[in-house]
Design a protein around this ligand. Structure first.
Ligand code: ZN
Length: 744
């Protein structure tokens, strides 16, 4: 297996529908991978179709994408986003719906009135932002509004009038039953699943949702208008659910479980916001559904996964099919909700596949591994030996990660490359079709997983997290070359076994040193025997950044990070936040929100050099004042009368201290003092926090002293050795006047 360079995403944060349910969209990653691994304008396969934005981005880049899809709402999302409708097209279509009559008034007006409340200050009617509920309560506890008349705003306990307005919706059971009935299919027992999903709506929300889809059913509009309205309602149905925390916080629902305090949003407002959610991502392309096949690149062909082999029989391509897989985490909430939303918006026929799968759906890692194996198995015969499958797992739990590796291996694919950005928990992988490899391949001896761990830790030369070690461990063939069906009986045990084996391995104190944190995720491990000639990863990354800064007065962080990912591939992929912090120690952002940094005036190489000479001279002067002998051959040393070294000084313009700390600190060199510019303080502190081994090493007698402190001490007329010792540590790296960010 190769260590491949991690492909970093662009900085844009894009708003799009169903975002909290779909795998993260990493802007630009698929484009840059395809540019390197696919023929321009060629065919590309997206066998999981888990987040339509990837296919849209690839199509926009000029490829013809074949996207397997079994989820009707994701198909709708692909089709609608690809058309980049204008705001007026969205507004016009939605108005057609909201202007329908409902009990003698316009539907839009009716929904608006359902969320009115009386201003507690001026008494006038205002549209509430929404209502706060306690789980399982029969009424909301408070209402949130901003009064446009008097400016009063905030959270207020609900009053009689609010509860009375809730009663206007009439018999909630009728709407519940209508919503349920829409999802029932003969011979399929999915009632329980739908019950769980319906429990995620308040009676008022369900009332509105049912009216909305009933009205859409009866609406006489063009196919295009119907698609637009369905798209907007899809987002509204998500906003209308009770799966929103109060106070609000970022939340990616996995289970159909209502927060203990949740927010019921005003659907009237959600409709207007939903329009904007659909308009942010704008990449247009042609989208067709199999058996139609687009005759041009810049297009997406959506097909059902079960007809994969029929499609490939018809659509052969001598250039092969580069393939990308954005692995979705098994998600009960999304699968059940999207089956239900499909039925509500697109009808039973369209939703049948999803609805009937619900009862059979399993969410454990073993079932997930099987699903991956089935998906990969379906495309195996069509993936040529030169084709690569590129996969991304974001925010994965260890068990699902193991499942991806086992599933792909089980389908006959060999893991050929990995890159792991551990701080964001993003794993990028490549596979080759091992069954299509040329001629009989000699089976390489399977190395034990331990070899992978020790090699990784040796190269890293600093402590690693459990998550990092587990991921490294999973990439070892010894772990993922298991025959999947043989694990079925012990479906949960294999994962537990891998986990326990790793913990036992790391408990071997002859090989590993542990730095215990309060829990396993904050604990770290490194090798007992570290190679003296390998610098810690953070130091090497800083060195690379320093070299760039010295050569360029202006630095584009995005480009710098890209280069760092090339220089530090695989499991050494740099932590993006660390890189930015590191750069900020040497350069300042040119403009808020921009990626351009300007080198700080003090970091000019010549300036730093003359400063180094100045500090050296000051240390010598201080020594002479104190009355010790100062030796300057091979560093600066202070010696006592018996020629014993009292202090050794290391002058460092960077926060790279390993070259000093990796030397034996056996006392023969006296007390080590590392002297550095104060502008390095934050970076030093960060590196100490990230690396418990560095923290421990420095705590063994090292003194960290700023240039400015040396200058200050040198100003003192009278100085004794005792006085020097007393003032040495009064200005440590941590001590920063709070308002000042950088020092000379
Ligand atoms: Zn008011």
């Amino acid at each position: 297996m190769q260590e491949i360079p991690f492909l970093p995403a662009g900085d844009n944060s894009i708003r799009y529908p169903l975002k909290r349910f779909l795998p993260y969209f990493h802007v630009g990653v698929i484009s840059s991978w395809l540019r390197q691994h696919a023929e321009a304008g060629g065919n590309v396969l997206d066998p999981l179709g888990s987040n339509p934005l990837y296919a849209l981005e690839a199509a926009d880049d000029g490829f013809r994408i074949f996207q397997a899809q079994k989820n009707p709402v994701l198909q709708l999302m692909t089709e609608v986003l690809a058309q980049c409708f204008s705001e007026s097209e969205y507004q016009k279509a939605v108005n057609l719906l909201l202007e329908q009559e409902w009990h003698g008034q316009k539907l839009g007006r009716y929904i608006h009135d359902l969320y009115l409340t009386d201003c507690r200050n001026c008494g006038r009617s205002v549209a509430a932002d929404g209502f706060v509920w306690k789980k399982d309560a029969s009424d909301p506890t408070s209402v949130i509004y901003l009064c446009p008349h008097c400016g009063e705003s905030g959270t207020f306990p609900t009053v009689e009038a609010d509860l009375h307005r809730l009663e206007q919706i009439g018999n909630a059971a009728i709407y519940h039953s209508r919503a349920m009935q829409r999802c029932m299919i003969e011979g399929v027992d999915n009632r329980k699943n739908i019950e769980y999903a319906l429990a995620c709506y308040t009676p008022r929300a369900l009332h509105v949702v049912v009216i909305l889809f009933n009205t859409l059913d009866q609406l006489m509009v063009s196919q295009q208008e119907r698609s637009i309205i369905s798209a907007v309602l899809l987002e509204v149905f998500d906003q209308a659910s009770s799966l929103w925390y109060w106070p609000s916080r970022e939340f990616r629902p996995q289970q159909l479980s209502v927060p203990s305090v949740y927010f019921e949003k005003n659907i009237s407002l959600s409709i207007q916001q939903a329009l904007r959610t659909w308009m942010d991502y704008r990449k247009s392309c042609e989208v067709v559904t199999y058996p139609v096949i687009p005759d041009q690149p810049r297009s997406i062909c959506i097909f059902e996964r079960k007809i994969t082999s029929t499609l490939f029989a018809k659509q052969t391509d001598p250039n092969g099919f580069p393939t990308f897989c954005i692995f979705p985490r098994p998600n009960q909430a999304f699968w059940v909700l999207s089956a239900m939303w499909s039925a509500w918006l697109l009808g039973k026929k369209a939703a049948k596949g999803m609805l009937s799968a619900l009862a059979r759906q399993r969410y454990g890692w073993y079932w997930f591994a099987q699903a991956i194996s089935t998906t990969f198995g379906a495309i195996r015969n069509k993936i040529a030996k030169k084709d690569t499958i590129f996969g991304i797992c974001s925010d994965f739990t260890p068990s699902y990660l193991l499942a991806v590796m086992l599933g792909a291996n089980d389908a006959g694919f060999q893991l050929t490359g990995c890159a792991f950005q551990s701080n964001r928990n993003i794993l990028q992988m490549t596979w080759r079709n091992s069954l299509q490899a040329e001629g009989p391949q000699p089976e390489p001896p399977i190395q034990p997983a331990r070899d992978y761990l020790t090699q990784y830790l040796c190269e890293r030369a600093e402590p690693a997290t459990f998550q990092e070690l587990f991921t490294v461990c999973c990439t070892a063939p010894a772990i993922h070359h298991e025959f999947l069906p043989s694990l079925e009986g012990e479906s949960s045990e294999y994962f537990t076994k891998v986990l326990n084996d790793l913990q036992n391995e790391l408990a071997n104190t002859n090989v590993y040193r542990s730095f215990a944190g309060p829990n396993i995720s904050s604990s770290r491990w490194m090798l007992v025997r570290t190679a003296k000639d390998i610098q810690p990863l953070d130091d090497r990354i800083e060195q690379a950044i320093v070299s760039t800064v010295q050569q360029n007065p202006s630095i584009n962080f995005q480009m710098l990070y890209n280069e760092l990912c090339q220089a530090f591939p695989g499991f050494q992929t740099p932590d993006r936040d660390f890189c930015r912090n590191c750069l900020e120690s040497y350069a300042t952002r040119a403009k808020t929100g921009q990626a351009i940094f300007m080198r700080d005036a003090d970091e000019d190489a010549r300036k730093r050099e003359s400063e180094l000479d100045e500090i050296k001279e000051l240390i010598c002067q201080i020594g002479r004042k104190i009355g010790v002998a100062v030796h300057t051959n091979d560093g600066i040393h202070w010696m006592d009368a018996a020629d014993k070294t009292l202090y050794t000084f290391y002058l460092s313009p960077t926060a790279i201290f390993s070259k000093y700390t990796q030397k034996e600190n056996d006392g023969a060199h006296g007390t080590p003092v590392i002297v550095f510019p104060a502008s390095r303080s934050r970076l030093i502190q960060l590196k100490i926090e990230r690396n418990p081994y560095l923290k421990e090493t420095l705590s063994h007698g090292y003194h960290l002293v700023k240039y400015r402190h040396i200058r200050k001490i040198s100003e003192q007329e009278q100085l004794t050795l005792q006085a020097w010792q007393d003032v040495l540590d009064v200005d440590p790296p941590l001590w920063d006047p709070p308002t000042q960010l950088k020092f000379l």
